[in-house]
Ligand binder design. Structure first.
Ligand SMILES: *[C@@H]1O[C@H](CO)[C@@H](O)[C@H](O)[C@H]1NC(C)=O
Ligand SMILES: *[C@@H]1O[C@H](CO)[C@@H](O)[C@H](O)[C@H]1NC(C)=O
Ligand SMILES: *[C@@H]1O[C@H](CO)[C@@H](O)[C@H](O)[C@H]1NC(C)=O
Length: 274
């Protein structure tokens, strides 16, 4: 059947010439804003720190993409976050990637004299002295102290046996999660170590998605498997723990939000006040 063009137009668009529907304005996604760095960091320290912070955002982006793409079907997601919901870890990684930085600040001077007086400290959260501020001590900048993500799985590194803060991006992920501007006083330390984190995913998965160490370990393992050694990664000698996780004794959870004054010191002297 032949329909004249004019009639076809009426059939399709209506008899009156309606004004075309204006496309709704799309929200413009805001690019990740850089983390503010204090003037006490000179030009070269600033280069080093901003490059490490950019890596931290890349690390968080890789982790978030894995969570969005694979969801709870991913064995890695199940291992670190249990079967509860991926929304929490996606949200925390996203806050690291793109939350408004506000008054949070990284500084290179030593206002609390901890770099000068505490042996081996590579940095610290200023806690009640300035809750949005993080001091990065000279040690962090020294050659060979913190490695870049291109070395993950290299030079003997494994996800479970090497210190998490061997990589500056993971160290900074941890430090950023102490800053309430990003963590909203919700992210905390509920488990300690790889075994503790796996146990938390089974026993209290609702806490795993806001556990600082789970967020660090998951991001590092995703990076190792998807970027460093694709499909293989470098989990290391504690890999067999996954099979025996249910027999691991429950660690005592460390609540953080209500202990504003308490500080803990990590193995290499990284202090975090909660
Ligand atoms: C910045 O400070 C560090 C540490 O004091 C120093 O080693 C470096 O040479 C300084 N950079 C410049 C350009 O002065
Ligand atoms: C999550 O659920 C799957 C399927 O029921 C199960 O095989 C897996 O062990 C569960 N993982 C955890 C950490 O509970
Ligand atoms: C806060 O400042 C006081 C006084 O300078 C200092 O003793 C304390 O260690 C500081 N707290 C932190 C977390 O650095």
């Amino acid at each position: 059947m032949h329909i004249p063009t004019a009639l076809l137009s009426i059939l399709l668009h209506g008899a009156t010439q309606a004004s075309p529907i204006q496309p709704r304005q799309q929200p413009t996604p805001s690019p990740p804003s850089p983390f503010p760095i204090h003037f006490s960091c000179n030009i070269t320290l600033r280069h080093q720190l901003s490059s490490a912070l950019e890596e931290t955002v890349q690390l968080a982006q890789q982790a978030k993409s894995h969570l969005l793409l694979h969801g709870l079907e991913s064995p890695l997601v199940q291992k670190y976050f249990g079967n509860y919901s991926t929304a929490a870890p996606i949200g925390w990684y996203d806050r690291i990637i793109s939350a408004e930085r506000g008054d949070m600040l990284f500084r290179c001077d030593d206002p609390d004299q901890n770099c000068a007086t505490q042996d081996g400290w590579a940095g610290h959260w200023r806690g009640t002295n300035a809750t949005q501020e993080t001091v990065i001590c000279p040690l962090s900048f020294q050659p060979g102290k913190r490695r870049h993500l291109d070395a993950v799985c290299g030079w003997g590194h494994t996800v479970t046996e090497s210190p998490l803060n061997e990589f500056w991006a993971v160290d900074l992920l941890h430090r950023i999660l102490h800053v309430p501007r990003i963590s909203e006083d919700v992210v905390g330390h509920f488990a300690d170590g790889y075994e503790g984190v796996l146990e938390l995913a089974v026993t209290e998965p609702e806490k795993a998605g806001k556990d600082s160490e789970a967020l660090q370990l998951f991001a590092l393992e995703v990076w190792s498997v998807e970027v460093s050694v694709p499909g293989v990664g470098c989990l290391g000698g504690k890999a067999e723990v996954t099979q025996t996780v249910s027999t691991v004794p429950t660690p005592t959870p460390t609540p953080v939000a209500d202990a504003a004054e308490a500080c803990h010191t990590h193995a290499d002297g990284v202090m975090h006040c909660e």
